[in-house]
Design a protein. Structure first.
Length: 278
């Protein structure tokens, strides 16, 4: 591409190898131009004129900060509220009512949901809205919470603020937009405390197992994250998620993703919905 410093196979191999080893993210040989394009600005910011210099800079960085910067530049944090609404319908009609009914007949683990690979928190805010809407008078007593994690520091910062441009609400019913968000300057809407206060944002690399959590989750949303991973990394991830889901709890993956038969202990329920047996 004109104007971009060329990337040698060796330098590209180093960068893509690092992304795979540390994050499970697979770029493969075909993404060389894309990687070069996305990193060109970073090279300029650092005053470097070649990818070889950048690779040396990465190798010499003992703080790990450049690795974070690298992954921020290369991952796609695209998301929007109420994405793949079938999952929110299933949460509304099956999971939450069943949890409330079972909870009345005996002690249940706390109602916790994990948005794993949360981007800027669009998914987590949608889950919060659904919990508020469905749990109604049971909400206070059940005191549900949401953990939202990602590797991208920039995306997490945006989630912590909870302010999004109007375009990201295009799928969300209008009455929920005005009930749970307030319009701030221009085209931006900011999440109000009743939903924003339910979410804890944390940085977490999904490839760093075991996860540092106490307790488990009733539902894990890990949607449109595995698209970056190859079979081995995906299997490792799905096994680790299985460990943190309550018996009888659910895993949601993106509708363009699949778990191969035999790849995990989960039971297939319907497209992109899996359950851990009781
Ligand atoms: C396309 S977004 C998906 C957002 C949301 N789950 C959805 O379905 O709309 C994928 C997210 O996965 C994150 N991601 C990729 N690899 C990761 C890893 N190893 N650990 C944690 N997050 C990762 C990216 O930073 C990005 O924010």
């Amino acid at each position: 591409m004109e104007g971009l410093p060329a990337v040698s196979d060796a330098d590209y191999g180093y960068i893509s190898g690092l992304l795979y080893d540390r994050f499970g993210i697979q770029f493969g040989d075909k993404k060389k131009v894309l990687v070069a394009g996305r990193l060109a600005k970073r090279l300029r910011e650092l005053g470097l004129s070649s990818f070889s210099e950048y690779v040396r800079f990465l190798q010499g960085d003992t703080t790990g900060k450049e690795l974070v910067e690298l992954v921020n530049r290369l991952t796609t944090n695209h998301s929007y509220l109420y994405r793949e609404r079938e999952h929110f319908d299933f949460l509304t009609t099956e999971i939450l009512p069943s949890f409330v009914a079972r909870e009345k007949h005996g002690a249940m683990a706390p109602l916790r949901i994990w948005s794993a690979g949360c981007a800027a928190g669009e998914e987590a805010h949608t889950i919060a809205i659904i919990m508020r809407e469905v749990l109604g008078s049971e909400f206070k007593r059940l005191d549900p919470s949401i953990l939202a994690t990602d590797i991208s520091v920039d995306a997490l910062k945006e989630g912590q603020i909870g302010r999004y441009p109007e375009a990201r609400f295009r799928e969300l019913p209008k009455q929920w937009l005005t009930k749970y968000f307030q319009k701030v300057d221009g085209e931006m809407w900011e999440a109000l405390p009743p939903i924003h206060g339910m979410i804890l944002f944390k940085r977490l690399n999904l490839m760093n197992m075991p996860y540092p959590f106490k307790g488990s989750f009733e539902v894990v949303f890990c949607r449109n994250v595995m698209i970056y991973f190859d079979g081995a990394a995906r299997q490792k991830l799905v096994n680790a998620l299985y460990e943190v889901i309550n018996p009888g709890g659910y895993l949601f993956i993106g509708h363009s993703e699949t778990l191969q038969r035999g790849e995990s202990l989960f039971r297939y329920i319907k497209p992109a919905i899996y359950r851990k047996e009781v």
